[in-house]
Design a protein around this ligand. Sequence first.
Ligand SMILES: [Zn+2]
Length: 221
Amino acid sequence: MSKKKLWLLLPAAVFVLIVAVILLLQSGPADRFIIPDHIIVCLDAGHGGSDPGAVFEGRQEKDDNLAVVLAVREALEAHGADNLTVLLTREDDTALGLEERVDFANRNDATLFVSIHRNSGGGQGVETWVSADGHRPETDLATLIQANLKEAYITKDRGVKSGTASNPHASYYVVGNTKMPACLIELGFIDNQWDNMALDGNLELWAQAIADGILQMVKLK
Ligand SMILES: [Zn+2]
């Protein structure tokens, strides 16, 4: 290529560079998800100890949450990736504040955060929550998990939602304050017998579905 032609390319190159810089500045760090060499998955069983969460006919949400989290950890570890560590905010029936859960995930520089809860109040099915701003990586994570759960005999797919059940402009504390992509799964309604039967009958399948969503997010599956 002649020197003259190269000079003609210069304005185009400058233009491309400016556009690239503008695009980069527009997408904040929250829009980008870089998979680290070592992946740390933080699983959070909602409630615990003196806080039972939702209760229905003697059944306590905190116990269901913990059973699912332990099964998800087992499924993730069974995958056998040596660059993946699973951390639990609690692994027994202890009380834990919301700030403690968030601090634990942030302090350990977790790659992803998944909180497990059960719904109540007269409804049916499974839904996954992201923060009110619903930035892309956490919506990707929630969408992958919800899609896998849909295939694992949940009674109803209530979809991925942003905000909270009572306020679309607020976020659930653990989702809104963790620094990494985070979501909160409501695994059916504790006051719905069909949801309870589905959970009890498919606990391992549901746990595998959640694990698969996480593994897909970090390209291990
Ligand atoms: Zn809960």
